[in-house]
Design a protein around this ligand. Structure first.
Ligand SMILES: Nc1ncnc2c1ncn2[C@@H]1O[C@H](COP(=O)(O)OP(=O)(O)OP(=O)(O)O)[C@@H](O)[C@H]1O
Length: 252
């Protein structure tokens, strides 16, 4: 698959979604290129999961558009989804399969040709440090290894965009470091959207940050810009997500 590099990896315009009469996501915009690692933050109920479901093509917006590598996700979902790797909060692991069996299955689900599956499997196991556990049942692996298998299933088809929902929840500090190092490495050659409640994690792996509050984006900035202004992400988050807090004048 050779996407057209003249387009952003993902471009979302004016995304809106209601549940009943409740507007849960208002006019969300997003544009990321290769090398952008976006921390997507917000308090519980802000609308992050609803937005991510629209960005991955799992929920239709009421209005607005999403283009992945220039392909309209609503009009051409099968083609657009080839460019997306998704790691949901609860990873879709089949614990009774071995790592190799599961990743081969994931590769075929993503549409890889039979002749490409073995190469992709070997590459992704090396990248995710799984080469020694290919024959092990997923169910007997530690949680850290299971999470790396989950990341491997999301990237085995070499997508341009990786979307991760709280990828380090429940891992021990050593495994957290490993997963963060892997995300940093992937961030050099992909666009990544990372939903997290851990602000230090966002500061350590992301170069951009968006904060949602009550369904609206209240901050969209580069982390370097915030550092240059001596602005601490935790303080910004607390102020922007206080009840009825106005968006800061420099929030885009
Ligand atoms: N299927 C649904 N039907 C009705 N309301 C929904 C549905 N899904 C989400 N909501 C509501 O939409 C709002 C946003 O929910 P969402 O799960 O997107 O927030 P979130 O930012 O991901 O929260 P969290 O951090 O707790 O996961 C909440 O008020 C939630 O109750």
């Amino acid at each position: 698959m050779t996407p057209n590099n003249t387009y952003p990896v993902i471009e979302a315009d004016g995304l809106k979604r209601c549940f009943g009469r409740h507007v849960v996501v208002h006019e969300v915009n997003l544009k990321l290129g290769c090398g952008d690692v976006l921390g997507f933050l917000g308090p519980n109920g802000a609308g992050k999961s609803t937005t991510m479901r629209m960005l991955t093509g799992n929920l239709a917006p009421d209005s607005g558009s999403v283009r992945i590598c220039g392909v309209d996700l609503l009009k051409n979902p099968l083609e657009a989804k080839r460019y997306i790797g998704y790691l949901p909060e609860i990873p879709p692991l089949y614990k009774e399969l071995t790592v190799d069996e599961y990743l081969q299955f994931a590769a075929r689900l993503h549409g890889l040709a039979n002749t490409s599956v073995q190469i992709a499997l070997d590459e992704v196991k090396q990248q995710c440090e799984l080469s020694d556990v290919g024959k092990r049942l997923i169910g007997i692996l530690s949680k850290g290894y299971q999470q790396r298998v989950a990341i491997a299933q999301a990237i085995i088809h070499r997508p341009q965009l990786i979307i991760m929902d709280e990828p380090t929840v429940g891992l021990d500090p050593n495994q957290i470091q490993k997963v963060r190092a892997l995300i940093r490495e992937l961030g050099k050659t992909h666009a990544i959207i990372l939903s997290s409640h851990i602000l230090s994690e966002v500061e350590s792996v992301c170069n951009r940050v968006q904060i949602m509050h009550q369904g609206r984006l209240v901050l969209d900035d580069n982390l370097d810009n915030l550092k240059q202004r001596n602005m601490n992400l935790e303080n910004i988050f607390t102020q922007l997500t206080a009840e009825n807090a106005p968006a800061w004048e420099w929030a885009q």
